[in-house]
Design a protein around this ligand. Structure first.
Ligand SMILES: [Zn+2]
Ligand SMILES: [Zn+2]
Length: 290
């Protein structure tokens, strides 16, 4: 009798913990679709609509994808003929501007987003979206990168290129993923296998989320502000941030391991947030390593 009681207690605790975990997961997944901002991070602006510059450091093979994500000015207009691009948001516009950075380093520029492609090597990632945060929660620079080491294998469709370019740029506004299980929500912010008509572009839900993030105004602006970065610790502006070792702590990994979010703390609330989409098959390697 005594022995059984001793046995039952840990089981009861285990069941209780498992149940609480399930509840927490259920609560998370019901809110995940309704709200897909990451923390409260946003560009500070003193007025709407703001225009975010996207520094063009991509080679010819990525140019169309960048311009389509930004303002749909080129090919890949969906067959329903509606426009789907980040500039369709009512709170922000994006503008592709000449930049001329070394894309292998893709050094960020205060006040805007640098977009780069290069053969970054077998890093495991297909695309990265990165935002640098100034306390308490203002984005002051961003980067979107796509890795030709994987794309040049020819394993990935043009649709996948459009999806990942669109998604990484979306992260630089403070958006997280709409879904993380591979199911289609009709937006590039999920990672369902994209088709000719879906999952390559933002959708209304993304625009609604952006409106939620950007309705309020701030007293200062980090958009086009070239001095915002100068007040930060040197480490925040040093290095290429292309490697996992430079991303800080893992904050979140999707259940199937394809998507990850890291945060690196530079002190005093200054951070780097890195959104990662892994190349096919890399999630198994990651799971084995951690
Ligand atoms: Zn604000
Ligand atoms: Zn992502």
């Amino acid at each position: 009798m005594f022995a059984m009681t001793r046995l039952r207690l840990p089981i009861a605790v285990f069941v209780g913990v498992a149940f609480a975990t399930l509840l927490a997961l259920a609560a998370f997944s019901s809110t995940a679709e309704a709200n897909h901002s990451w923390s409260k991070y946003h560009w500070a602006r003193t007025g709407n609509t703001y225009t975010l510059q996207l520094g063009d450091n991509v080679s010819d093979k990525w140019q169309t994808y960048l311009e389509t994500a930004a303002s749909n000015s080129k090919a890949y207009v969906p067959s329903d003929n509606t426009t789907h691009d980040w500039t369709d948001s009512t709170v922000l516009d994006t503008k592709v501007v000449a930049s001329g950075k070394d894309p292998t380093k893709c050094v960020p520029t205060s006040g805007r987003v640098e977009v780069c492609n290069a053969a970054y090597g077998s890093t495991g990632w297909l695309g990265l979206g990165q935002i640098w945060i100034k306390a308490p929660n203002h984005i002051y620079q961003g980067a979107a990168k796509v890795n030709d080491t994987y794309y040049d294998t020819g394993k990935y469709s043009d649709y996948s290129k459009q999806q990942v370019m669109c998604q990484e740029i979306g992260h630089t506004f403070g958006l997280a993923h709409t879904s993380e299980d591979g199911s289609s929500q009709g937006t590039c912010m999920d990672y369902a296998e994209p088709t000719a008509t879906k999952d390559q572009w933002p959708n209304q839900h993304d625009y609604d989320q952006l409106t939620k993030i950007y309705t309020h105004l701030d007293k200062t602006s980090t958009v086009s502000n070239t001095s915002a970065a100068s007040t930060l610790p040197g480490a925040a502006n040093r290095g290429n941030f292309n490697e996992r070792a430079q991303w800080g702590q893992l904050q979140r990994r999707s259940p199937n391991g394809r998507l990850e979010v890291y945060e690196r703390d530079f002190g005093n609330g200054n951070k780097l947030v890195t959104f990662v989409i892994l190349a096919d098959g890399e999630e198994e390697k990651r799971a084995g390593a951690s």
